[in-house]
Design a binder for this molecule. Structure first.
Ligand code: SF4
Length: 371
C-alpha cells in the first residue's frame, strides 16, 4: 500500500574530518567516544593516575586533566606516559601551559578562547608546536566564559555567539594551516546547546565534542545530557561526548555509555527490560528488577533480560528477550530465547534468572558474541 518506510533510529553520521587523540580516532565516522575529567589535583600524580585507572575500568576512552598551575604542568609528562587512555590537558588563562602540555606528550590540548586573553597573539607558535608534535587542539567555548567582545555584541551567550567564538578561534589556526581541531560549544541549557551545535555542524567539518556544561547533580545532569545528546546524536551530530555531573566522574562515564547504547551507537550490554508495575502486578517488580540488575552487574555480553510483573505483557516481553520472567500466582515462568524452560516459586526467581544468565553469557563468550 505504499506505506512510508520506518526511518532508521539514528541518522547517518555527519561527515567530519578525523583527528587522532592518541590512539583514539575522533570524527570521520569513528565510533563516538566517551570522555570524562579527573577531579583530583593534577599535580598529585598518584591520585590522578588512580582516578584515571578507575575511569578506564568503567569504559572511559579519553580523559581530561585540569592544568591551572606550574606544578600541574610539571606532572603532565608522567601522567600522559602512565595513563592507559589518552590524556587531554585542559588549559585556561595561561598560554605557556599549552606549550608545556604539548611538550609533555599529552594526546591533545583543550583551550578556551574566552579565557586566554593573549591567546590570539600566540596562535602561530601554538599551531607550529602542535603541528610539529601531531597534537590536536580542542577549541572549547563555554557559555560561562564567553569572549567579552561577543558578550557585548550578542548581550548573552546565544547559540550564534558560541558558534562565532569557536569559528573565529578556528580561523586563527587555519591562517597558519592548522586544522587538527575539534570544537565544543557548551551551554548549561540543553535548548541553547542543541541549537549551537546544529549551527556549528552546518558551518564547519571539524569533529564535535558534545557537552552540556554544568549540567547539575546526577539526576538533573543525566536527563539534561541525555536529552541534548539524544537530539544531536540522533541527527548524526557529535563525535565524542562528555557528560558533566556534580558526581564522581565514573558516573559520567556510565551515563555516557548508556546514552550511546540507548541510541544504538554502541553495542548494548546488559539491558534490563522491566515493567513499571501496576495494579495487576503479582510480584514486587521494583525489588525483583533491582535484585536482578545487581546480580548481573558487570556482565559484558549483550544480554536482554525481561522482568515483568504479570501475564498481560509478561510472556510477550519475556519471549522477545534472551531471558525473562513473567510472574503470576506466586510463581515465575522463566523464558530462555522465547521458550518457557521452567516455572519456579517467586522466592527462586532471582537466583534462577542469574543462573540462566550466566549460562547464556558463557555460551555467548564461547561463540565470540561478547564485546
Ligand atoms: Fe502491569 Fe503486568 Fe504491564 Fe507490569 S506487565 S505494568 S504488572 S500489566
Amino acid at each position: 500500500l505504499g506505506l512510508p518506510e520506518v526511518p532508521p533510529p539514528v541518522a547517518a553520521r555527519r561527515a567530519s574530518r578525523r583527528i587522532q587523540v592518541g590512539p583514539v580516532p575522533v570524527g570521520g565516522g569513528a565510533p563516538v567516544s566517551v570522555q570524562s575529567m579527573t577531579t583530583t589535583r593534577t599535580c598529585d600524580i598518584g591520585a590522578t593516575l588512580q582516578q584515571i585507572a578507575e575511569l578506564t575500568a568503567s569504559g572511559c576512552e579519553i580523559v581530561r586533566v585540569a592544568c591551572p598551575t606550574q606544578d600541574d604542568a610539571d606532572a603532565l609528562a608522567t601522567i600522559a606516559r602512565k595513563s592507559q587512555i589518552p590524556v587531554i590537558a585542559d588549559i585556561h588563562f595561561q598560554p605557556k601551559y599549552v606549550f608545556a602540555a604539548i611538550e609533555a606528550g599529552c594526546a591533545a590540548v583543550r583551550v578556551n578562547p574566552g579565557n586566554i586573553k593573549k591567546f590570539d597573539d600566540q596562535v602561530k607558535e601554538i599551531a607550529k608546536a602542535a603541528g610539529d608534535h601531531g597534537t590536536p587542539i580542542r577549541i572549547g567555548v563555554n557559555a560561562g566564559s564567553l569572549d567579552r567582545r561577543l558578550l557585548q555584541k550578542y548581550g548573552r551567550a546565544t547559540p550564534e555567539a558560541l558558534v562565532e567564538s569557536a569559528l573565529w578561534e578556528a580561523s586563527l589556526f587555519e591562517e597558519h594551516g592548522f586544522r587538527d581541531i575539534k570544537i565544543s560549544v557548551k551551554h548549561n541549557d540543553p535548548v541553547v546547546m542543541i541549537e549551537a551545535y546544529r549551527r556549528l555542524a552546518e558551518q564547519c567539518d571539524y569533529p564535535l565534542h558534545l557537552g552540556v556544561t554544568e549540567a547539575g547533580p546526577a539526576f538533573q545532569g543525566t536527563i539534561k545530557s541525555a536529552v541534548a545528546f539524544g537530539a544531536l546524536l540522533s541527527q548524526g551530530i557529535g563525535d565524542t561526548i562528555r557528560v558533566s555531573l556534580s558526581a564522581p566522574p565514573v558516573e559520567e562515564v556510565k551515563v555516557g555509555i548508556q546514552i550511546l547504547q540507548s541510541l544504538g551507537l554502541r553495542q548494548r550490554r546488559l539491558e534490563i527490560v522491566s515493567c513499571p508495575s501496576c495494579g495487576r502486578a503479582q510480584v514486587d517488580v521494583y525489588k525483583l528488577a533491582e535484585e536482578v540488575t545487581a546480580g548481573l552487574d558487570g556482565m559484558e555480553v549483550p544480554l536482554r533480560v525481561a522482568v515483568m510483573g504479570c501475564v498481560v505483557n509478561g510472556p510477550g516481553e519475556a519471549r522477545e528477550a534472551d531471558l525473562g520472567v513473567a510472574s503470576g500466582n506466586g510463581k515465575g515462568q522463566i523464558f530462555v530465547k522465547g521458550e518457557v524452560i521452567k516455572t519456579v516459586p517467586e522466592s527462586k526467581i532471582v537466583e534462577t534468572l542469574i543462573e540462566e544468565a550466566m549460562k547464556i553469557a558463557a555460551q555467548m563468550e564461547k561463540d565470540g558474541v561478547a564485546s
